[in-house]
Every structure is written in structure tokens, then in C-alpha cells.
Design a protein. Structure first.
Length: 343
């Protein structure tokens, strides 16, 4: 296998860390960006605990999605770029521009730097948030041809930010990308092995269930995919000629309700899942809680809406074979126990 020099943005993050692990395992030279170089030791230790010893095959560059500084230096000499970094807050901000601006402008900064450095291709980690929201209930699965309606019902700032950032990326390539190629991967809820205590929103959901912080589950649905499979799809999309100019949904199977996730934990983890909620809360209770609880208020517009996505394109074009929903959920829980992050 040919080896390359690859830039991974957001190397301290959940997906970025797993992308780096797989790139190193394939023998590549890896560069990664962090907002502050003081995090280099932390990232190296995280990778070491995960079984990797990158040595001088991993280098760090300081770059922030909201600033121009550092991006040209980080991209210089790179064959490919994996743009993984993106803001994902635990709660929706009051001003949606707090999310939209860094997501869109940051993506454009990365694309400009990659083009100017004469990189061959950029793989952008977008989201199902840019595909399947704003349309209400729908019987058929979403595909890569679908787009979220930013002004549609129940579209929150995060979903809008991912949609507008991805649209901006495709527009950039069409208008001023030159020879630069673009591929986009759109994952659903990303689960799988946590690497450290810096937990993603999806992993916080499992942690909350295991710690008994949810008296019951709201009638919400979420697609699932293992982070290791997202990283695998990112790498396939990076070099396969058939991926040029395409989007790929990353989803393991049918969407799960929060209650189904809880039952996967209870059915497989025994006493370790004793605090996981057993019951699904009625919609009426969630609506009542929404009067004073902001998290419940965010949930209300999505109660009962099950949005499914198809992984047929990733399977047939790139030969991608993801782990099952159950494997992704259980790997999340077991990593939390291994890292001693469950109270």
C-alpha cells in the first residue's frame, strides 16, 4: 500500500483520534491540528493508550477554525486532508451563528489551504444532520441525494450549521476549487470506543443511561454507527477514485429509539447496566418538562420522528461493511467502564 502525508483537522477529538489511529496503522505520515500546541502531549498519550506509538510519524500544528493563522503551514506538502474538526456543543446556543460561522468559515479555510498546497483530495466529515432533517415524518430511508431544509420544522442550529457548511464546501469546489477533489462522509449518531474523558454527545447519552441519570427514555430515535467504521469509511473515501465528488452516508442499520438502546445495554451488560432506565416516558410528560427544562424543550419537536438512512452507496461503491448497532452501543459502554468514566 502506498503511504502518504495526510492532514487530520481536530486530532484531539473523538472521530479525529480514530482517523489518526487508522492512518498510522496503515503506515502514513500524519499531521494534525489542535487549537493549542499544549495539547500535543495529551493527544499522544491518548493514542499510546489506544495501542499506537506514532513517534515522528505524527506532527502537530496550531490552527483554529475561526482564524486564518496556521492552516497554510499545516496543509503544506500534504497529499490528502481529512477535515474532521467541527463545533458540536452539549446544548444549542442562543445565537445560531455561534455554530454556523465556525463550521462554514472553518471548512472554507481548510479547503483553501488544501487547494493552495496542491493536495489531491479533501474528505469532509459532515453529518446526517445535513441530510435528513426539516421534513417531518418520512417512510422511506434518506439517501445521499437528500438535504436538510435549514428552515424546516425542528431544525436546530447544529443541523443548520452542518447543512450550510457542507453546501459551502460543494460551492467552493465548483467555483474556485481548481484541481482539488472533495468527498463528504455523513455519519449518523457516532458511538463506539471512547479514547479519553473528552466525550462526544452520543457517548454522553450512553454514560447518562449507565449512571441512572435518566428516569426514563423520551420517544426519540437516532441512527447509530461505530466510530471505527466512520474512520474506515473516511480512509476508503480518501483514495478510491470512485469516491471523487460523492457523498456517503455512514450508518450501521435501522434507527434506534432511546428505549431500544437502553434495552441493548440491559440485555448484554448484566449488573453493570442495573441503573439503565427500563421505561419509555410518555410524550405528554416530556412536553410538560419542556416548560422549564431546555433539554426537554429541544426534544419536543422530534418526539416520535424516526428518520432512517441507507448505507447502500457506501457498501456498493466502497465495499464498506459496518459493525451492527448492538456492537457500536456495547463498545461505547465497555470503553466507558475500561476508562473508569462511569460514576
Amino acid at each position: 500500500m502506498a503511504t502518504h502525508t495526510i492532514l487530520v483537522t481536530g486530532g484531539s477529538g473523538f472521530v479525529g483520534g480514530h482517523v489518526i489511529l487508522q492512518l498510522l496503522a496503515q503506515g502514513h505520515q500524519v499531521r494534525t491540528t489542535v487549537r493549542n500546541l499544549s495539547r500535543e502531549a495529551e493527544v499522544r498519550e491518548t493514542l499510546r493508550r489506544a495501542g499506537a506509538d506514532p513517534g515522528d510519524r505524527l506532527s502537530f500544528f496550531a490552527a483554529d477554525l475561526e482564524k486564518d493563522d496556521g492552516w497554510a503551514q499545516a496543509a503544506q506538502g500534504c497529499d490528502y486532508v481529512q477535515h474532521v474538526a467541527s463545533p458540536f456543543p452539549p446544548a444549542q446556543p442562543k445565537d445560531e451563528d455561534e455554530l454556523i460561522r465556525p463550521a462554514r468559515e472553518g471548512t472554507l479555510r481548510v479547503l483553501r489551504a488544501a487547494r493552495d498546497a496542491r493536495a489531491k483530495r479533501v474528505v469532509v466529515t459532515s453529518s446526517f444532520a445535513a441530510v435528513g432533517y426539516g421534513h417531518g415524518q418520512r417512510a422511506t430511508p434518506y439517501t445521499e441525494l437528500d438535504w436538510t431544509d435549514p428552515e424546516g420544522p425542528a431544525v436546530q442550529p447544529y443541523m443548520k450549521s452542518k447543512t450550510l457548511a457542507e453546501r459551502a464546501a460543494w460551492d467552493f469546489i465548483a467555483r474556485e476549487g481548481g484541481d482539488l477533489e472533495l468527498v463528504v462522509v455523513n455519519p449518523v449518531g457516532i458511538f463506539g470506543p471512547a479514547l479519553n474523558e473528552d466525550l462526544s454527545t452520543s457517548i454522553w447519552l450512553i454514560k447518562s443511561m449507565l449512571e441512572g441519570k435518566m428516569p426514563g427514555t423520551p420517544r426519540l430515535y437516532l441512527g447509530a454507527v461505530d466510530v471505527r467504521d466512520v474512520a474506515d469509511l473516511q480512509l476508503r473515501a480518501m483514495t478510491d477514485p470512485r469516491a471523487k465528488g460523492e457523498r456517503f452516508l455512514a450508518v450501521a442499520g435501522d434507527s434506534l429509539s432511546f428505549h431500544e438502546m437502553a434495552m441493548i445495554l440491559r440485555d448484554n451488560l448484566g449488573a453493570a447496566a442495573a441503573k439503565v432506565p427500563k421505561r419509555q416516558l410518555p410524550d405528554l410528560l416530556i412536553r410538560a418538562l419542556a416548560l422549564f427544562n431546555p433539554l426537554a424543550r429541544e426534544a419536543v419537536p422530534r418526539l416520535g420522528i424516526k428518520a432512517s438512512a441507507s448505507n447502500e452507496k457506501a457498501r456498493t461503491v466502497l465495499g464498506w461493511t459496518p459493525r451492527s448497532n448492538d456492537e457500536a452501543i456495547l463498545a461505547t459502554a465497555r470503553s466507558l467502564f475500561d476508562l473508569k468514566l462511569v460514576a
